[in-house]
Every structure is written in structure tokens, then in C-alpha cells.
Write a protein that binds this ligand. Structure first.
Ligand code: KG4
Ligand code: ZN
Length: 356
């Protein structure tokens, strides 16, 4: 089965063609095209929803066309022929996200479904972040085995879930205020880092740690690390950094790197501790990560290291970088793994969508 998938929940416009041949196997990505309006948001230090929606309108048709063209080696076929001949169904993100951005993808997908009489399936963006781990890549050709713990860490969300089956899952906890990525981005603004700040924080943290023999302690507290629940809170960390910056108006590059290291450590320590505890409580040795912050290699390394200590034969999965941040391939992967098309009329964008 071959699916055209569309993702427009925030500032990325993405379309992909994905395929699954064998039900025991992972998902093959034939094309995954991403256009981003990040440059525009970098100038404002954050996303202005109306600007993001306006850019989605510009990109959506060329991105879909390109994804279709790249999905085949047959250069005689144009995008429309590829769509009619080769595509079995459409999948589209219907939430959560920015309403203006979501609408562009959803209404385009519904129009394609109606006009070309193709089945269509709405996909939850959050769950899709985890299902990016079912994409086959050169490095990754095994798929996670159930049951598993899923940690979603993105710019908008931080959630811990337990999956008994692919469709039977339990939400264990999440952030009470800012998401992990959101906190990193807001702290980035305090330090005049590039937007989004996650990658620069990671680079600067690596620079700071490079020649150190032992792991230095963090300048800041790891929030809620001692609480017995599976919840998180990152707004206090942002406030702690703001106070530190206020007290230290002259911040050298070296101190900036130390702040980045400390922030990253504070965030990662609590993510690792609660994720491993969830695996222990729910008696599984498989953990899957998803969302933009899961592109952070230190998070992955620390989680692996701790899992080696606390779990027997742990299996930790994290998507390849290009599938951790927003992309349409993960939307298609979810649709292929739990294929449930519905009537196009019944699909509406839902910016507040969470876990049903
Ligand atoms: O999943 P995503 O692309 O968008 C949402 O659905 O929110 O996540 C974006 C977030 C941003 O907050 C960004 O700073 C963070 O992912 N991020 C990282 C890294 N790369 C992106 N955070 C830490 N380390 C990274 N390497
Ligand atoms: Zn996302």
C-alpha cells in the first residue's frame, strides 16, 4: 500500500510518499519533501501564526507535486498521473497545531480525496512523532516491539505514554506548563541564540563538556526530578535562567556554553529518570522517543546508558534526525501502521487535539 501524506501543523509544509509491503516490516519512505518558513520566524524569535499560515498557502501545492514526482523513477509521468496511478490513499495531520496552518493541509487533502476518489485518513501529529520509529532507514531496520514506553518531546509537547498495543495506550504524564523544546527556545531568546535554540544549546553544551574529565554539575535545578509521578514542568527552569542572566549582565562565550550545558542537563536528567521509571513500572525494556528534542544526541546517549544500568536488554529507539522534527513521512508511517480511513466530510482540523 502506498500513501501520500501531508503535514502542515506549524511552520513546516511537508508531503511524503510512503509504502509498506510486508505487515511485519517497517515503513519505506519513497519521498519526503519539507519546506519551512523558519527563516521568517527566526527574525521574530518565535512563530507568528498568521505568518506561518500564509507561508503554508504558498508551499502546499509545490511541495505535494515534488513529493509525488520524487516518489517514482518513471520520468514520463507527471504528478497528477503518479497520484491517480500509484497512490492508494491520503493521510493528513488534523491536530494538534496552529489552526491556520492545519486548515491548509486538511482542506487540501480533503479536496484531493473528493476529486480523485481516494480514501483519506486523519492522523494525530503527536502519535505520529512516535511512529517515526517505524520508518526503515539505512541505520535502522528493526522496528520497536510491544509493549513499549513512548516519550514525546517537541516544541509544543512533553508526554510519556505506555503502549500495550499500537492502538491501546495509556497517557502516564506530561508537562504542566512549558514543553521541553519550548523551554529551550525561550531560554535561547534570553541568551540571544539562534531560533529554534535546541540545536545551538546542544552544540554549546558539547563545547563546554569537551575537555572536562567528570560530568560537571548543572547551574540549575532539574525540575520535578524527585516527584513520584510522570509529570514534568519546565517554566521554572526558564525563570531560573532569567534570574541568572539578570544577575550576570556580562556573559562570556564560555559562561554561555556553561549555561547551555546546565540547561540541557537539567532537562535531560528529568526526562531520563521518569522515562526509565515508567519502563520499570510497566515492565518493559523498549522505549521509543519522538519529536524535535529527540534529535538531541546527549538525551539519547544518557537514556541508553541509564537503561543499560536499570533494564535488562534495553531497546531504545529514536528517529533519524530528519524524521524527529516535523515531517510528513511520520504521518504516512502512522497511517500505514494503523490504517483507518474515514469519510472526507468527517475530517476537521482540531488545534487542541490531544490523546483520545
Ligand atoms: O517536533 P518539532 O519539530 O516541532 C513541534 O511539533 O513542536 O520540535 C521542535 C523543537 C524546538 O523546540 C527545537 O528547539 C527542538 O525541537 N530541537 C532540539 C534539537 N533539535 C530541535 N532540542 C534539543 N536538541 C536538538 N538537537
Ligand atoms: Zn511536531
Amino acid at each position: 500500500m502506498r500513501i501520500l501524506s501531508i503535514e502542515t501543523s506549524c511552520d513546516e509544509t511537508s508531503a511524503a510518499v510512503v509504502e509498506k509491503i510486508d505487515s511485519n516490516n517497517g515503513v519505506e519512505v519513497l519521498s519526503n519533501v519539507i519546506a519551512t518558513s523558519l527563516d521568517i520566524h527566526a527574525t521574530t524569535g518565535g512563530i507568528i501564526p498568521e505568518n506561518a499560515a500564509r507561508e503554508q498557502v504558498k508551499f502546499i501545492i509545490p511541495v505535494i507535486k515534488k513529493a509525488l514526482e520524487l516518489s517514482t523513477k518513471d520520468s514520463n509521468k507527471n504528478a497528477q498521473r503518479i497520484f491517480t496511478d500509484d497512490i492508494d490513499a491520503i493521510a493528513v495531520t488534523y491536530g494538534p497545531g496552529l489552526i491556520g496552518s492545519l486548515l491548509i493541509g486538511v482542506e487540501t487533502a480533503k479536496t484531493l480525496s473528493l476529486s480523485f476518489n481516494k480514501p483519506i485518513m486523519p492522523v494525530n501529529h503527536l502519535l505520529a512523532h512516535l511512529f517515526a520509529n517505524f520508518i526503515k532507514t539505512e541505520k535502522n531496520n528493526t522496528i520497536p516491539q510491544l509493549p513499549f514506553i513512548g516519550l514525546i518531546v517537541s516544541g509544543g509537547h512533553t508526554d510519556l505514554l505506555y503502549f500495550k498495543s499500537l492502538t491501546d495506550f495509556k497517557w502516564l504524564g506530561g508537562t504542566r506548563d512549558d514543553a521541553a523544546g519550548e523551554a529551550l527556545d525561550k531560554i535561547g531568546r534570553l541568551l540571544n541564540l539562534s531560533y529554534p535554540a535546541g540545536p545551538e544549546i546542544e552544540q554549546r553544551a558539547n563545547k563546554f563538556i569537551k575537555d572536562k574529565k567528570n560530568t560537571p554539575t548543572s547551574l540549575f535545578h532539574s525540575p520535578m526530578i524527585g516527584s513520584k509521578d510522570f509529570d514534568f514542568s519546565f517554566s521554572g527552569l526558564k525563570a531560573e535562567v532569567a534570574r541568572f542572566v539578570e544577575k550576570n549582565p556580562e556573559i562570556s562565550e564560555e559562561l554561555k556554553n556553561e549555561i547551555c550545558y546546565s540547561v540541557q542537563k537539567a532537562v535531560i536528567d528529568v526526562l531520563v529518570k521518569k522515562t526509565i521509571r515508567a519502563a520499570k513500572v510497566y515492565k518493559t525494556n523498549t522505549i521509543i522517543l519522538g519529536g524535535g528534542v529527540s534529535a538531541n544526541q546527549t538525551l539519547l546517549e544518557k537514556l541508553k546508558k541509564q537503561a543499560e544500568k536499570d533494564l535488562s536488554n534495553p531497546n531504545i529507539f529514536s528517529p533519524e534526525r530528519k524524521y524527529s522534527t516535523d515531517n510528513a513521512a511520520m504521518i504516512g508511517a502512522y497511517a500505514l501502521i494503523d490504517y483507518k480511513p474515514i469519510e472526507w466530510k468527517k475530517i476537521t482540523s482540531n488545534p487542541e487535539l490531544y490523546f483520545d
